[in-house]
Design a protein around this ligand. Sequence first.
Ligand SMILES: NC(=O)c1ccc[n+]([C@@H]2O[C@H](COP(=O)([O-])OP(=O)(O)OC[C@H]3O[C@@H](n4cnc5c(N)ncnc54)[C@H](OP(=O)(O)O)[C@@H]3O)[C@@H](O)[C@H]2O)c1
Length: 274
Amino acid sequence: MQTSEIVLVGGSGKTGGRIIRRLEARGLTVRAASRSSARPFDWEDRSTWRGALQGASSAYVAFQPDLAVAWAAEAIEALAKVAVECGLEHIVLLSGRGEESAQRSEAALTASGIDTTILRASWFCQNFSEGAFVEQIIGGRLQLPAGEIGEPFIDTDDIADAAVAALTDPRHRNQTYELTGPRALTFRQAVGEIAAAAGRPIEYQQVSTADFTGGLAAAGLPHGLIDLLEELFGQVLDGRNSNVMGGVTEILGRPATDFSEYARQTAATGIWSA
Ligand SMILES: NC(=O)c1ccc[n+]([C@@H]2O[C@H](COP(=O)([O-])OP(=O)(O)OC[C@H]3O[C@@H](n4cnc5c(N)ncnc54)[C@H](OP(=O)(O)O)[C@@H]3O)[C@@H](O)[C@H]2O)c1
């Protein structure tokens, strides 16, 4: 059992926050590292990295803005070097599925020589309730350039449980886990399940990539984020990631949470009320 300090890079986010709560409940010593943390960490200011990592023995790393960006692998390589210099023994990396840049990031981390656990996650269920899609869902219509390709959405509570296992049980060191939900759904099906759980009409509309990016630009989103979303929808939603994988059962010994259960629990919070 790991008992020294664990640093959560991205600790204020969807996965990091859940992991911190679980580790603290076990009585472990943890601290968050992001731009707003007591010891600030900024992916775009490397002078902050050493101070944020110093004194920790292991880290969970959720990269920002997304491992799909071209500079991610070089940043992960540089972070691993600082981590080794600071005496960290183990890094758990939240990765994606199918993006070339994410694969390069995983390789750079592994090559650093530090113990690693790679958690390759499918699209998060919580994108619909805490992420990029929540406002459109509340507004009653989600418009995306995604057709009939299935995606096995994963509940971030499952990712958090897997990360806690990886951070606290040495058997998960130098392993890669493919974390997906138990069932692939199209975006239309996912929105249908949310509408049923929320008890109100919510429509899914497939739009062209040009209409999608044009709408984001009109809404004032920064160009970098629009390019990233365009790349994600174009690159990884081509069917390559539709397969359901067994990583949750491998690391946790239980099945992954079904989308319907996520939708039921989230609807009960009232977040999708009009
Ligand atoms: N969403 C998906 O479907 C999906 C699927 C697979 C993998 N992923 C991966 O998940 C990762 C994101 O994880 P998450 O969703 O848990 O995080 P998140 O909720 O997107 O955000 C985590 C935190 O990152 C911090 N942050 C933003 N910009 C930063 C910067 N420049 N430097 C340092 N911290 C910064 C923010 O805190 P502060 O404001 O305090 O800085 C934010 O609270 C990405 O690497 C992505 O590739 C996502």
